[in-house]
Structure formats: structure tokens, C-alpha cells
Ligand binder design. Sequence first.
Ligand SMILES: [Zn+2]
Length: 210
Amino acid sequence: MPTSFKMDKTKLKQFDLEETDCDDVIETCIYNLLVALGDDPEREGLKGTPDRVRRMYHEVFAGMKLTNSEIAQRYNKCFEEGATGDLVTIADIPIFSYCEHHIALMYSMKVHVGYIPKGKVIGLSKVARIADMVSRRLQLQERIGADIADVLEQVLDTDDIIVVIEGEHSCMTARGIKKPGTKTRTATLRGLFKTDGSLRQEFYSLVSKT
Ligand SMILES: [Zn+2]
């Protein structure tokens, strides 16, 4: 189809740098993005879009307002546990995130965590909340694993931690090389999990049974 596309610069909104805040910047940027794509931000279907995107971003990027230490403090609910040295696994925690290269959704993601307690264990729901919160950032799959391990290390006082993540990246499945179903798997190994192959094996066999 022939196109005579030209951005209508007169529709672009300017920033008032004195008055503007984060909410305003997000909304104005989305508005201008719609103009740059050649659409009309004032038409019915798009009228509320900058506002909707702003609210969605606050939700899906909530973890960007917290450091890993702050997340550790927030979910620091542990139980003293005499038994030490037994492998604890939590498998199949579902998460969503956004890749930092394309701001594109990473989905069908599952997190599997294993650790060896040194005197305390963490509530299962707290591990899920930690995984969820560090995912609410512009991320790389590898870094989600490292962030979860960092937070758990602070909460559990052990570095014997493994985090395995699998997921699909829409920047790979819906554009570019377009290979739907391509799963990316990453593993973050700390402490004993780095050196002890049979421990890793034990973790993988426990996780695959769930
Ligand atoms: Zn990407």
C-alpha cells in the first residue's frame, strides 16, 4: 500500500520543565510517540492511552523504585530452622518482565529456586513476592536470576543458592527472527551450587518432578 506518511509535528506536546513530574513525562512521551507513529492521540480509541500506559508502567515497573536491599527488608520473613544442610526447592513461580533492550514483554516465565539453609528458611510466598518484585523492572533474564539470588542471600544469610529461569521474549518471538516457542533458560549459581555437580543434579531432578 502506498503511503505518504509524515509526522504531524504540530501535534507534538511540549514539556513545561518547571511544572513537569514523572507522571506528566510518561504521558507526554506516550502522546508524542503516538504522533511519531503517524496516529492521532486525540481520536476516540487513543484518548485515554497515555494515561493508561502511565498507570500500567507504574505497576509493571514498581520494582524500579526499590533497591535489592529494600526488597530484602520488605520480605524478610524467615523461620528459625535447626536443621541445616538440606536442599530446599521452590519451583514454577510464574513471573512477567520487560526486556531492557526493547521494552518488550518477557512471558511464560518460570522461576525455580533452590538453597541450603544455614539456620533459617524463608516462607514460600515470600520467595514468590521477591521474584515478582525484581521482575518489575527493565530487565535481562540473567539479571532477574542474579537479583533474586542477591535478595535471598541478604534474607537467608547463605550464598548456597541456585536460581533457574525459563521464559519467552516477545522481542524474539514476535519480531526479528520470529521464533515462537523459543525458550531462554538461564541459571544463576552461587556458593556450593557452583562447585557441587551432584547438588545441582539433585536440584534439577527435584524441580523437574513438580
Ligand atoms: Zn529484547
